[in-house]
Design a protein around this ligand. Structure first.
Ligand code: UDP
Length: 236
């Protein structure tokens, strides 16, 4: 039995690259979609926010020297491409997904309209929120927190390469231990990076718990949704 009825899954753009240097790796996106399917098959309502870091980031790489807002809009457009790829892969895997964009590009995707998003979720469709928050100077982590709060998700799932929040960097310190549970206040006091500060503050204010886990650990997403000891739960 799933422990949650409705979740918001945040995937980073970089996760789509697999071992490639940029862009979308086909085998990787299929693998991710199959992990999501395991939970939609159980009747869990899933909304997704995907980043754009595999294509463009407002504050790095090709954006150096650019006007920040312009670069951020490019980053948001990158998330639209990833969202389209994700929804289409879902279609190929037999799922029904809808992309809704925070920036209007109506020939390509429908605009974000909250009641419509809620309707899709109730109908069992996966909703992919594209273009982040629609505003420069924000991140897709913040879009995940915002949309998660808006749709009444019970949990924001932040998919990372590492399978949770650790006492130290597990790649460098063999004694690093994973936190099973941690409060928002404790995470701040210990200076642990969970999500960016704006996203973190929003979740904390809204008492919206965050689960940090690895999307590449087979079955991890399903275990999280069953409420099992997987990843790290950040709670009030
Ligand atoms: N972005 C933005 N506003 C938002 C969300 C994203 O300006 O609400 C831009 C920003 O430039 C960011 C880029 O889109 O660098 C890609 O998003 P993000 O870095 O969050 O992607 P991820 O790291 O998850 O791949």
């Amino acid at each position: 039995m799933p422990a949650y009825k409705r979740i918001l899954l945040k995937l980073s753009g970089e996760a789509l690259m697999g071992d490639d240097a940029y862009g979308i790796n086909r085998a990787t996106i299929v693998r991710m979609v199959r992990e999501v399917r395991q939970v939609t098959d159980q009747g869990v309502e899933v909304a997704v926010v995907i980043g754009g870091g595999n294509i463009f980031r407002g504050v790095a790489g090709g954006s150096v020297g650019m006007d920040r807002a312009t670069a951020d809009y490019m980053g948001m457009l990158a998330t639209v491409m990833n969202s389209l790829a994700l929804a289409d892969t879902m279609r190929q895997e037999g799922m029904t997904a809808r992309v809704m964009s925070a920036i209007s590009i109506e020939q390509v995707v429908e605009p974000y309209v909250r009641p419509k998003a809620l309707q899709y979720l109730e109908e069992g469709k996966v909703v992919v929120f594209a273009a982040g928050t629609g505003n420069p100077f924000f991140t897709t982590d913040t879009a995940a927190a915002l949309r998660g709060a808006e749709i009444g998700a019970e949990l924001v799932l932040k998919a990372t390469k590492v399978d949770g929040v650790y006492t130290a960097d597990p790649a460098k310190d063999p004694d690093a231990k994973r936190y099973e549970n941690i409060t928002f206040d404790e995470a701040i006091a210990r200076n642990l990076q969970v999500m960016d500060a704006t996203a973190f503050a929003l979740c904390r204010d809204q008492k919206l718990p965050i689960k940090v886990f690895s999307i590449f650990k087979p079955g991890a997403l399903e275990r999280v949704v069953r409420g099992e000891n997987e990843g790290t739960l950040v709670h009030v």
